[in-house]
Design a protein around this ligand. Structure first.
Ligand SMILES: NC(=O)c1ccc[n+]([C@@H]2O[C@H](COP(=O)([O-])OP(=O)(O)OC[C@H]3O[C@@H](n4cnc5c(N)ncnc54)[C@H](O)[C@@H]3O)[C@@H](O)[C@H]2O)c1
Length: 340
């Protein structure tokens, strides 16, 4: 898709963070935009912004895990603006802690929104988009987390890996219908995702196995404060769609990052490889790996280098118990530290 003016976009989680950045950039490109979001306060704030711009943007309160509501939202979109030319499946949530502390609620909530919400979006919209004709595009906000399994990110990275694989299947399947598919895989974005673990988590999924406290929330907020500007991310997505790219890694060194992240499987697959892998782990991060990490996290390389060998500052991961288990889980090794 190269021309956006006059066309229709439907964006889940479109009222905050990455989704709001997409809504702004595609609205500025002349699209009519539907933002569908779980949080009314985010919708109200976003709509105040678009009303001031006099932009054609329509808000729908939607929980992407609710299939009947998704179908109703698609009907509403068709009635208000038409079948989407661009569908962006972006809604997502996360929470972090040791895999062995995870509860069913941790998996069901994160997996239900990230993977389940993407499934629901595809099943709801793909038949409608095929029938409406070619020249359309579907994108999903995946995550850098899809490329790696962290010991403290199991529900999120597993759901993101599944989401990426799912989008690839649809990319292959929808080519012959003239519908493009993209997956964008950012690392740190400036957003409100850290609020998901508290205000954004429905009561029926509130049994977490992780340590979620004011301290861990404040630390997460400070990490996301230096993430990528959502409008910059949206520019990457727009360019990727214009060039019909499937995988959009929104960094200058994106292709090399992917190569490095996936290389581990080659080592895992043989006895010799495992020995080499363990030696690599013992040697620690290479300069190139560190530089790529800084690029993804939005950190200035020179100051990050200076910080690297210093003792952790107060408010660091270890200090506030970020990525740790809930205190009463007596099978979890409390000395383990967050490692992703
Ligand atoms: N923030 C990051 O560092 C980061 C990095 C990589 C990928 N992502 C992904 O980006 C996407 C957007 O997240 P963000 O960082 O902009 O967070 P955000 O919280 O600022 O925005 C996400 C929006 O999705 C909405 N949402 C949550 N659950 C929903 C549901 N069940 N149904 C409908 N809407 C729901 C929230 O209300 C929120 O407005 C997510 O898929 C996230 O996993 C974020």
């Amino acid at each position: 898709m190269k021309d956006f003016a006059g066309k229709v976009a439907f964006i889940t989680g479109g009222a905050s963070g990455a989704g709001l950045g997409y809504a702004q950039i595609f609205s500025e490109a002349g699209m009519k935009v539907v933002i569908a979001d779980y949080r009314q306060d985010h919708l109200d704030e976003a709509m105040a912004y678009f009303k001031e711009k006099n932009a054609p943007v329509h808000a729908i309160k939607l929980d992407v895990t609710d299939r009947a509501a998704f179908a109703a939202a698609a009907d509403e979109c068709e009635k208000v603006y038409g079948v989407p030319d661009l569908l962006i499946l972006n809604a997502g949530v996360n929470v972090f802690g040791p895999a062995e502390a995870s509860t069913y609620d941790d998996f069901d909530w994160v997996g239900g929104v990230v993977y389940g919400g993407t499934v629901n979006g595809l099943v709801t919209f793909v038949p409608r988009m095929i029938k409406a004709g070619p020249g359309r595009h579907i994108a999903a906000t995946v995550s850098w987390g899809a490329f790696g399994a962290g010991s403290s990110t199991a529900p999120y990275s597993a759901a993101k890996a599944a989401q990426l694989n799912l989008m690839e299947s649809y990319w292959i399947a929808l080519k012959s219908y003239g519908i493009g598919v993209s997956a964008i895989t950012p690392a740190n974005i400036r957003s409100n995702i850290w609020q998901a673990a508290t205000v954004g988590r429905p009561k029926e999924f509130n049994n977490t196995g992780y340590n979620v406290s004011d301290d861990t929330q404040n630390l997460l907020a400070s990490i996301h404060a230096h993430g990528m500007d959502p409008r910059v991310l949206a520019d990457w997505l727009k360019k990727g769609i214009e060039n019909d790219l499937f995988l959009i890694v929104p960094y200058e060194h994106g292709p090399r990052m992917v190569e490095m992240a996936l290389e581990r499987f080659k080592y895992y697959a043989s006895v010799e490889g495992m020995k080499e892998w363990e030696a690599k782990q013992a040697a620690g991060q290479t300069e190139e790996e560190f530089a790529m990490h800084c690029e993804r996290e939005g950190m200035d390389l020179k100051s990050a280098m200076e910080m690297r060998n210093k003792a952790p500052a107060a408010g660091s991961f270890k200090d506030v118990g970020f990525g740790k288990a809930r205190g009463d889980l007596d099978w979890v090794d409390k000395s383990k530290k967050f490692d992703k």
